[in-house]
Design a protein. Sequence first.
Length: 123
Amino acid sequence: MSERLALVLAAVNGFIAVAAGAFGAHGLRSRVTPELLAAFETGARYHMFHALALFGVAWMVGRGMERAGLGGWLLLGGMLLFSGSLYLMALSGVRALGAVTPIGGVLLLSGWGILVWAALSKS
């Protein structure tokens, strides 16, 4: 992942996370159960945290820590599976989608692990 791509993906995902959070707060409150609303809000919160982390990936890659790009891809995949599964579960009511959420969580953890590796190895 290049520095520029990480910046674009960070900004796009930040935008989506804010939109999702606003939708959850204003559009879902009266339409889903409190439990599903909480799941949706968790997805939006993690989505924003990891959108911001992509700015860190851009910073790292821009300073020569190329391995951080792999961490960025893992964070992106984790956001898609973790937050995406929670969004879809809340919107559809299909609780089986929650089975995908831990896979996204493992990708997020792996992404952070790669960022540690990139920072320690400085390449």
